[in-house]
Design a protein around this ligand. Sequence first.
Ligand SMILES: *Cc1c(COP(=O)(O)O)cnc(C)c1O
Length: 389
Amino acid sequence: MESALKRTWAEIDLDALEHNYRTLRAHVGPQVKFLGVVKADSYGHGCIEVSHLLQELGADYLAVSSVDEAAELRGHGITMPILILGYTPAYEVETLIELHVTQAVTSPESARAYSAAAVRCGAVLKVHIKADTGMSRVGFLCQGDHFAQAVSDITETCMLPGLEVEGIFTHFAVSDEPDPESVAYTQGQLDLFRRTIAAVEQRWGRRFALRHCANTGATANWPGAWMDMIRPGLLLYGCGDLAAPLGLKPVMRLKTNIGIVKTYDPGTTVSYGRIFRAERTTRMGVVPIGYADGLFRILSNRCTMMTAEGPAPQRGRICMDMCMIDLTDLPGIGAGDEVEVFGEHISVNDVAALAGTIPYEITCAVSKRVPRVYLRGGREIRRELLLRP
Ligand SMILES: *Cc1c(COP(=O)(O)O)cnc(C)c1O
């Protein structure tokens, strides 16, 4: 662990996470419940520590993608409600019931299969129904001519034995995009979701306890979509363009240390493919972070890292385990000095843009050999190395 820490590590600022949670709750007000999305190891931040903090702070729900992710949380002392957003095969129903997790129901077929399996277990499976209002991924298809069928399928699901229907939800495709076409599309999804709920509740004669659809985009920009509970992921981690305007702070800081420093003559080429050529006498530092740590190779010769004296441009191809940064204009920086890859000074959003992707993919890609160092009050409280000892 010590050796791994001297290499490259990801600081997870739990104070920033708490700040983001409290800020988001204040943003939506006390009537709205809070579901924190912690799938994919909390977008690479480490789901155990993140979930424990959310549980301690009084969040209402967590969401993951799969039964394995839910089992991991239950195995580490998370007792609060957990919703599995993704599809789970019906043969896992007994496990779902034992784990006390809530399952998304994404089709009439899976609803009937879950019901039958729960009845066989002599138990009740708690579910939330997923309505497809325009994401066109999973869920009961509600659009256009499919509306009447969806209403009757969802109502039927609500009345199946062995299922306790606690909630209904949908997912937006472009709620984070400000152009008029996207705004109109999101409004259409929201209207369709409301119409679906109203029609089902009328036929069923009951109300859904939890109606939710507000992902990051809708949590930030669509108060009409907050309903009973918001469901943000990215905002919680303080990433994306919508985070800063809300006063949210980035939770992850990816850091590394300079290893070797060498000075090259003009004309020297650096790293695989020789895509960087020194125009002048160049002081180059080697940092032990590469694409196997999650630093995408597409960032080669494009990204910049932050030193105590200022930004250091990355030079040459990023290798599997290391890459080079230009220290020529930073004479005070040398071997052993800390470098920020992204976090406080270098925005993960900018890194994502340089890589032609979204911040989600950048934090998710930070690999398991990069230890997560959890900070509280600026001090380290726990480290977690995801490599098997
Ligand atoms: C991942 C996911 C979210 C969270 O999305 P963000 O954009 O990170 O807020 C919400 N709902 C569902 C169904 C998801 O799959």
